[in-house]
Design a protein around this ligand. Structure first.
Ligand code: AMP
Ligand code: GLY
Length: 432
């Protein structure tokens, strides 16, 4: 087979992990990453493209003979990058604009789930001009917590779990008034609170067939013990002890397969990664949300477990032949600890020199996100989440201790990381 040139879109730890995995493929020709980060530049060529300008992306693909575009983040997908490039005859791994509405519009996802009996929290929606009805709904509501969500993309800031009426009213007012939130709140979803533990489950889909790749647990809060503010994700481990093969089969039958059939029925066959945010409730797994891409940092702990050739898998998927693809997953455990700048997710300083990376064991992987390489080769911090260190073990305990042993060798001024990534899973494994 001729070698394949790939353009990867994105710049985070997820994209560094994707670049790492793709670059292991013997099928790879040239790898370009737009815009990438210093980590991806070690594996391919970072290119300074405006990824919101699809024409510019298409021109680059023509000029460099790109065989596959892999899209990391949700925004370009929701904006229709797949449709645009496919119209130009370029293959893209990622859903169409309308199918990406599963992430881009929470009410769209809820309506599909309701119509096709896919287990999720009960809900109601209100449009912007129905705000007084939303207030009335909250005034009448007796059951708390209650969950309020902005319909559109809100960079993880659009969900409010409210413990009482006052909090719900405050959240509603914020969705109306906050400049960053109000455009995503042209419609809001108010839904039932689900209790249980959360799992992120990832399936790869070719429009007809879906194959579950793996499941992971994210740690969204900034502090140990899941305390403090929400972040983009402070660490993850995979697989989780919350799902055995029976559990996975159940999810396949009650969520994944029905979703694939639903999207076909709606005329929007789903291609790409379907990320199911699940709550493991007393009544079984229920969907909290769908995302149309890999999770970050879940991707960093999942890709190292895929023993099959990722590029071949993505290409087979794009060609609609997923049912023939081999999907070989390591039976080990992977833990990823995110190293951040102290102060994140609020105010933090940048430009701190990162030291210790040359001391790490070859056993662990380091994926970069908020980093900057100076002309003299120093690596500096340039964001809230800076690195994700990933280690493998035959047990979850081994993967956690191996990862933390390496994390401790890394340093920069105002370094911060959680000390308990994976601990929740460990409690479940060791004291079931
Ligand atoms: P989402 O962006 O929809 O995933 O929501 C962000 C976070 O809010 C989730 O990861 C959950 O921790 C929480 N959440 C969202 N919806 C619910 C719900 N119905 N019940 C309980 N927690 C929820
Ligand atoms: N880890 C959460 C996300 O990627 O949305």
């Amino acid at each position: 087979m001729e070698s394949l040139n790939v353009l990867l879109i994105g710049s985070g730890g997820r994209e560094h992990a994707l670049a790492w995995s793709i670059s292991k493929s013997p099928l790879l020709g040239n790898l370009y990453i737009a815009p990438g980060n210093p980590g991806t530049n070690d594996l391919g060529v970072n290119v300074d493209l405006d990824v919101n300008n699809f024409e510019e992306v298409a021109e680059f693909c023509e000029a460099t003979d790109i065989h596959l575009v892999v899209v990391g983040p949700e925004q370009p997908l929701v904006d229709g990058i797949t449709d645009y490039l496919e119209d130009e005859g370029i293959k893209v791994f990622g859903p169409s604009k309308n199918a990406a509405q599963l992430e881009g519009s929470k009410s769209f996802a809820k309506a599909i789930m309701e119509e096709y009996d896919i287990p999720t929290a009960s809900y109601t929606t209100f449009n912007r001009h129905e705000w007084s009805q939303a207030e009335e709904y909250i005034n009448q509501n007796e059951t708390y917590p209650l969950v309020l969500k902005a319909d559109g993309l809100a960079a993880g800031k659009g969900v409010f779990v409210c413990d009482n009426r006052e909090e719900a009213m405050e959240a509603l007012a914020m969705m109306n008034d906050d400049v960053n939130l109000s455009s995503a709140s042209y419609r809001i979803v108010i839904e039932e609170f689900l209790s249980g533990e959360e799992v992120s489950l990832f399936a790869i889909c070719d429009g007809e067939t879906a194959r579950i790749i793996m499941h992971a647990q994210d740690h969204k809060r900034i502090g140990d013990g899941d305390k403090g503010l929400n972040t983009g994700g402070m660490g993850a481990y995979a697989p989780t002890p919350l799902l055995d093969q029976d559990g996975l089969n159940q999810i396949d039958e009650t969520i994944i397969k029905p979703m694939m059939a639903a999207m076909i029925e709606e005329g929007l066959p789903y291609k790409g990664i379907l990320y199911c945010g699940l709550m493991m409730t007393d009544q079984g797994p229920k969907v909290i949300e769908f995302n149309c891409r890999f999770g970050d940092p879940e991707c960093q702990v999942m890709l190292p477990a895929i023993k099959s050739d990722l590029l071949e898998l993505l290409m087979t998927c794009v060609n609609g032949k997923l049912s023939y693809a081999s999907l070989d997953i390591d039976t080990g455990f992977y833990t990823g600890v995110v190293i951040a700048s102290k102060g994140y997710p609020q105010v933090y300083e940048k430009g701190k020199k990162i030291v210790g990376l040359d001391m790490l064991s070859e056993d662990v992987l380091v994926f970069q996100s908020g980093t900057y390489r100076t002309d003299n080769g120093d690596l500096l911090t340039s964001g809230g989440r800076v690195l994700c260190v990933v280690g493998r073990g035959n047990t979850l305990r081994e993967s956690i201790s191996k990862t933390y042993a390496e994390v401790e060798k890394i340093d920069f001024e105002n370094i911060y990381y959680r000390r308990d990534i994976g601990a929740k899973g460990l409690r479940r494994v060791e004291q079931p």
